[in-house]
Design a binder for this molecule. Structure first.
Ligand code: ADP
Length: 450
């Protein structure tokens, strides 16, 4: 970190627990690999923490996919409806964002799917396609136990959603039922997938080495290309590739205590105030929904201990979730030795009395927490790379935290290099709209003639 020698000693010491050594990351890798294998194995799958769900996607796109598709994207900050036209090496897309109000995020499943169907119908009318029956890919980015390409049972809600009567049900059927209740539009659901699969597919469309998809946005998750023979839960005929994409659902890693050796008081406190305490503990150390709050908790503690702001905080600083993850990006974007963004943010938080020394310390706390996230994600990717044993792999990545944090990409490049087995060449590629285009590609590849 920048200007390291000016950081207050006590703060540096207290942040030490946020810095992961390579020895700790090696332990993490060992545990994650073990959990991935449990998820893949038939006997161990039911009780495994890292689920390694089968996606039923056996083929990657090759750029020759064509057709017109609808896509739905539910699973984070926004809900989107998209119309996508694929032609050889080219695609066009029109889309509309719809809000999901909090009362629907926490309401009944029927309300949620009625709302989705309502948005879809509005979009179809606006696009004048309400009389067509278009194939639809549904990007649904929650842990989904798939029974086929068009059947997915919700295992649990994450990322702040908690609708009743959905867990344990087939969400494709729930969508179809909602559309039937209206009766004014018709769709043909061709595929359900999550955003990691969409990201992988959309990058693979452009880059034939892309075999891992990674999300670092509201939540975190990864998927990768596995041999069908290792995916013991896979129960469909081989279409020829011998491969199948696995949705790791690695956000849940640590839910059995596997990550307790690196979790801190901040992680425990963040977790206690979520709608899913004790769950998605890996995700809560990495992703955008929680990072700002981790930083805030550390700043709150250091203020109360008299180490920051002369011991005088503010209402905002002491308000849960008031320190946004984008602040972390902004603060770390200040050039070395300058604190323009940092000062502005601290003022916004009612901390006009912050000194330059405070800014140095605040930036250090941000750096420790974002680096830790980047290092954990890197160890996860290195685990997959080492397991896959492919000589060259591109990782397709989506999510605002990866996209906008000024150092996340470089931190990951550096750390993966340290943790991957020699001889494996990798690179990290930013995905462009994986959830939308990826949904169309899964639908297209699935309907590909052999
Ligand atoms: P989703 O994962 O929900 O599809 P995003 O990829 O946009 O959507 O991720 C949203 C998350 O990204 C939010 O938790 C938000 O805090 C975080 N985020 C938004 N802007 C930034 C930024 N500039 N830097 C870091 N994180 C950000």
């Amino acid at each position: 970190p920048d200007a390291e020698n000016e950081i207050t000693d006590e703060i540096r010491e207290k942040c030490q627990e946020l810095i992961l050594s390579n020895a700790q990351l090696e332990e993490y890798k060992k545990k994650l690999l073990n959990d991935l294998k449990k998820g893949l194995g038939k006997a161990t799958h039911p009780t495994s923490i890292v689920k390694c769900f089968i996606t039923y996607v056996q083929d990657l796109p090759d750029g020759s996919e064509t057709g017109k598709f609808l896509a739905l994207d539910l699973g984070g900050t926004n809900f989107r409806v998209l119309l996508i036209e694929l032609s050889k090496n080219h695609f066009e897309m029109r889309s509309k964002i719809f809000a999901i109000p909090q009362h629907i995020m926490l309401g009944s499943g029927e309300q949620l799917f009625d709302h989705i169907a309502d948005c879809l119908a509005k979009f179809a009318k606006d696009e004048k396609i309400q009389h067509e029956v278009l194939p639809l890919g549904f990007t649904f980015s929650f842990p989904l136990m798939q029974k086929g390409l068009t059947k997915g049972i919700l295992e649990r809600w994450t990322k702040g959603f908690n609708c009743s009567n959905v867990v344990g049900n087939d969400v494709v059927q729930m969508l179809k039922d909602a559309i039937d209740r209206r009766g004014d539009i018709q769709i043909e659901v061709c595929a359900i997938l999550n955003d990691t699969t969409g990201t992988l597919m959309s990058c693979a469309w452009k880059n034939r080495y892309c075999k891992i998809g990674l999300i670092i946005g509201t939540g975190t998750n990864a998927c990768y290309v596995e041999d069908q023979k290792n995916a013991e839960m896979f129960d469909e005929p081989d279409r020829g590739s011998g491969k199948v994409l696995i949705n790791c659902e690695w956000g849940a890693f640590g839910d059995d205590g596997a990550l307790d050796f690196v979790r801190t008081q901040y992680d425990r406190e963040v977790d206690e105030h979520t709608v899913n305490p004790g769950k998605q503990l890996h995700e809560k150390m990495i992703s955008g929904m929680y990072m700002g709050e981790l930083v805030r908790l550390a700043l709150e503690r250091f203020t109360n201990e008299g180490l920051l702001f002369g011991g005088k905080g503010s209402d905002q600083l002491f308000t849960r979730d008031r320190f946004y993850t984008k602040y972390v990006s902004e603060i770390e974007s200040d050039p070395p030795g300058t604190f323009t963004n940092c000062k502005e943010i601290l003022e916004e938080l009612g901390l006009k009395h912050a000194t330059e020394q405070d800014c140095i310390n605040v930036r250090y706390v941000c750096e420790c927490i974002s680096r830790r996230a980047a290092h954990l994600a890197s160890a996860g990717i290195a685990t997959l790379l080492n397991k896959m044993k492919e000589p060259r792999v591109t990782v397709g990545i989506d999510g605002s935290l990866y996209r906008f944090h000024p150092h996340f990409h470089n931190l990951m490049m550096e750390k993966i290099s340290e943790l991957v087995e020699p001889g494996i060449v990798f690179d990290l590629m930013l995905s462009e709209d994986g959830s939308g285009r990826g949904a169309a590609l899964v639908a297209a590849v699935a309907s590909r003639k052999r």
